[in-house]
Structure formats: C-alpha cells, structure tokens
Design a protein around this ligand. Structure first.
Ligand SMILES: Cc1cc2nc3c(=O)[nH]c(=O)nc-3n(C[C@H](O)[C@H](O)[C@H](O)COP(=O)(O)OP(=O)(O)OC[C@H]3O[C@@H](n4cnc5c(N)ncnc54)[C@H](O)[C@@H]3O)c2cc1C
Length: 477
C-alpha cells in the first residue's frame, strides 16, 4: 500500500503556464492532490493576453514533429509516452505547418484549462503568490516562467543570494489572412514538404526583389526602436530569438540567409524569376484567419512596424492582429542552485520547472514541468524516482539544466545560458554508424543523418526501460 507523507501530500504549483499545467497533470495523474496557483487574470504579464492556462505568448509552433531525425520531435515522442497533457492537447488542436507541430492557440489553451479544471484532484487558485510560499507548503513547484511577477522574483533572488539572470525575448507580429494580397503572395511549404500535419502548401510567401529587399533592410536599420530601460542596457539577447533589426545590423545579407531565405520556393505568379528574398507567414489559428510572420520578432515601435511591414509585397494592406514586442526573460543559474531533481539546494521544499530553470521553448518548458511533476508526486508518496537516462531527450535536457554546465560555474554566473533541446546535449554514440543497412558505406551528411536516427532509437528504448523499471514502481497511482 502506498504511504503518503502527510505534510507533502498536497503539491502546490505556482504558475499555470506550459510547465505548471503539465506538472499539475502529472502529479494528479499519480493520485496526489494539487493546488495550482495562477495570477492571471487578476494580474497579467507583459506578454500574456488571456486568462487561459498554458497560453502561448508568441509563435504557435511546437517545432519539428519528426521523432527520428530531430531532437525536439524526439522530445514530443517521449512526452507522449509519458501521457503528457500538453502534447495531447497540441495533437488535438494541430493546424497545418509542414513538418512542424503548430496549434490553434485558443483551442489548445482551452483544452488544457478544461482538463485541469475537470480533474477531481486539482484545485485552481486564481491568485498571485507575492513572496516566498508559506512555510507549511512543503512540496512546491515554482513554474512562474520568464515573466515571473516582481515580488516573487525578488523573494527568490534574496533566497538564492544572487541576481537572477536575464536576456531579451521578442515576439513576432500576427496578420489577418484576408488582408494579405494573394495576387502577389502564394501558398507553399519550403521544398513542398508536407510533414505529418501539412499539405505541402502551408505557408504564405511574399517575394521581394533585390531593390525591395535592400530598401526593407534600410527601413529596419533606420526604424524607431523601443527605448531601453536602465536595467536592460547590459542584458544580452538569446541568439535563437534575435529581433530582425538586430539581425539586419549584423550584416545586410543576414536576413536573406535567415528568416527571409528564398530557397525551396517558386513564385507561381512569376515562375521564371527567382525572388531575392521571401517573407513567410505561418497559420496561427485553426480557422486559418490569422498568420504570424515567421522569425519577425522585433523591438521596433508599433508605428514603425506597421509602416515598414506594409512595404513587403503582398502585405501593403496588412491588418495586424498583434504587433511584435520585446520582453525580459528571467532564469536561474540552475546548475549551481538546483539539485538533480530540480530542488533548490538552499530550500529543498521548493522545486523549479519550466523556463525559469534555463530551458528554452514551449516544449522544453512543458517537458521540465512533466519531470518536476513526477518528482513531486514521488516525494508525496515517499518514493525515490531515479533520474531519466541521459540518453533520452528528457534526461539530456535535465542534465543540461542541473549539471551540464558544472565545469563553467567558476567562470561566473553568466556562463549558464538557456538552451533548446539539441543533439549536442546527448552522450555521444560508442559506435557511430558508418554503413547503411544494405552494407554500403555512408558518406558526409548520410553519416550525420544515420547518427541522429540511432540516437533517437536509443532514446526511445531507454525511456521505455526507465518507465518500466523506475517510473512505474515509484509513482504508479
Ligand atoms: C515574450 C516571449 C516570447 C516567447 N516566444 C516563444 C516562442 O515563440 N516559442 C517558444 O517555444 N518559446 C517562446 N518563449 C519562451 C518560453 O518557452 C515560453 O515563455 C513558455 O511559455 C515558458 O513556459 P513556462 O511554463 O516556464 O512559463 P509561462 O508559460 O510563462 O507560465 C508561467 C505562468 O506563471 C504565472 N505567474 C507568474 N508569476 C506568478 C506568481 N507570482 N503567482 C502566480 N502565477 C504567476 C504567469 O501568469 C504564467 O501563466 C517566449 C517567451 C517570452 C517571454
């Protein structure tokens, strides 16, 4: 019979974003009571717009869904095996996006909210936790995200005795589909790739000539930017989410090799002329009425955004459902502050999850919420749950957060940087493949592809073994 530790039998989860929502689902799924504290709608963040749980603040994409060749696709697959609520709701509310898993943001958030509200072991408390959690909460998950409210952030900073780290994150504009001029733009996925949920024609493409591209870059460089506040001046950007005007500053051609690259696309309105650059828009809601401009995070002032983006062919009359913006992102120096089960060394009743721990992205945040939930449930049941193998995507990500940067800690608190899941976080293969199944020798890129596929297969089989050997005995309901 399972023994519950009375003082730990209720898990308090602060923040019902991607991580907190997934953590609550996992804890309750193991028969343990949860109180989920969410400050919205009473107090909003700079980026959230709704009262829905697991609101996606910017892009609607969960990125590649390819579990054989792509690290984030592999993480999707592992989370599905662990009955992730976030993945279940994403799959149900998928919209076409080539090889990516993109979702209708409102349908997705409504489904997560409903599942958590309906769960008999979950109570949702709509209130801000404005300081350290009360002392009698002995099993707590803090999942308040990059936009953690100021009083809680200050309390954590005081407890950890070091400044929280910060960098900038930017969001991209969203355009009403019916305001796009389709006599200039066209539907096509790069290389006509259909992917799991797509048709091969999922993106709207807007072509630019060389002259138009250079005029656009000039406008970006000259466009009025939002002023930096004092605390922002020495905060670095996260390289995966650079504002377009910052990319333009790095070189005139940078955008043409980044979000505006023209490859794999043919303009049906003028098939013989290769566009010099292309702006892509991706479907943002199930109805297909909204499209976000891919990779166009920006800190240009709203008036400058409207003016400059309307110079893009096809977007001359664009109506914007939301303009881009820029926000601070706060995260812990986790390798130093957290143990390998995500507990704060200085106060182990507090466990952290989501982007605050220094992972990056919706999927990664939910994945860390998932594992934090499993640990909290195991604590409540006085069991010990072994960490997932480092050969799995979940274990690799956890390893990066809690130990991956151990050797750089001495270099100073800024050595730890948030990271998306990637193959570089996995232990190398002892015997990397050099032959195809038919015995022919693999060359160059073929070897790299085969290596990723072996890493993915190894991850899924190791995860299955961990679920059977460690997870079920430790936290079975
Ligand atoms: C502006 C911006 C744009 C981003 N764009 C993308 C993107 O396009 N793609 C991507 O993959 N990732 C993006 N990210 C990164 C990140 O993956 C997401 O922010 C993700 O939502 C993080 O998940 P989380 O659960 O850690 O935090 P969140 O999803 O932000 O959830 C935290 C929750 O805690 C609540 N909360 C905060 N403080 C308190 C408190 N004191 N008491 C109670 N509740 C509180 C908040 O209201 C929120 O609901 C972006 C981040 C930011 C800031």
């Amino acid at each position: 019979m399972t023994h519950f530790e009375p003082s730990r039998a209720t898990v308090h989860i602060i923040g019902a974003g991607l991580a907190g929502s997934e953590a609550a689902w996992q804890v309750a799924g193991r028969g343990v009571r949860v109180i989920l504290h969410e400050m919205r709608p009473h107090r909003m963040t700079e980026a959230h717009r709704t009262s829905g749980l697991a609101e996606l603040v910017c892009s609607n994409s969960f990125r590649s869904d390819d579990a054989s060749n792509n690290a984030v696709g592999l993480l999707h697959a592992e989370m599905r095996r662990l009955e992730s609520l976030i993945m279940r709701c994403a799959d149900t509310h998928q919209v076409p996006a080539g090889g990516a898993l993109a979702v209708d943001r409102d349908g997705f958030s409504a489904a997560v909210t409903e599942a958590l509200e309906d769960h008999p072991l979950i109570e949702i408390d709509r209130a801000e936790i404005d300081g350290l959690p009360p002392a009698d909460w002995s099993n707590v998950i803090v999942a308040t995200g990059p936009l953690t409210s100021a009083p809680l952030a200050a309390a954590i900073r005081a407890l950890t005795d070091e400044s929280a780290l910060a960098f900038f994150d930017a969001i991209a504009p969203i355009v009403h589909r019916d305001s796009i001029d389709m006599s200039k733009a066209w539907f096509q996925s790069r290389y006509d790739k259909a992917g799991p949920g797509g048709s091969g024609a999922d993106y709207i493409n807007c072509p630019l000539t060389e002259t138009q591209y250079h005029a656009f870059v000039d406008a970006l460089l000259e466009g009025e930017k939002v002023d930096f506040k004092d605390w922002e001046t020495d905060t670095p950007y996260f390289n995966g989410c650079l504002p377009i005007e910052v990319m333009a500053e790095r070189g005139r051609e940078t955008l043409r090799y980044g979000p505006m690259k023209p490859v794999g696309l043919t303009n049906p309105h003028d098939p013989t002329t290769k566009p010099y650059a292309v702006v892509q828009l991706r479907q943002d809601n199930k109805l297909g009425t909204l499209y976000n401009i891919v990779g166009f995070q920006t800190k240009l002032k709203h008036s400058a955004q409207t003016r400059i983006f309307r110079t893009i062919p096809g977007l001359e009359n664009a109506e914007f459902a939301r303009l881009g913006g820029l926000h601070r992102n706060t995260f812990l120096n986790s390798p130093k502050l957290l143990d390998n089960r995500l507990r704060l060394r200085a106060e182990p009743r507090l466990r952290f999850a989501g982007q605050m721990t220094g992972c990056e992205g919706y999927v990664e945040s939910a994945a860390i919420g998932l594992i934090a939930g499993l640990y909290a449930a195991a604590d409540a049941r006085t069991h010990t749950l072994e960490v997932p193998p480092q050969t799995t995507a979940l274990g690799a990500l956890l390893g990066h957060i809690t130990g991956g940067h151990i050797e750089t800690i001495d270099a100073g608190p800024r050595s730890f940087q948030p990271m998306n899941i990637n193959f570089g976080l996995f232990p190398p293969l002892a015997n990397p493949p050099n032959k195809a199944p038919d015995g022919t020798r693999l060359r160059g890129n073929e070897k790299a592809i085969a290596k990723k596929q072996v890493i993915c297969a190894r991850a899924l089989s190791d995860l299955d073994r961990w679920i059977a050997d460690a997870l079920h005995p430790a936290v079975a309901a």
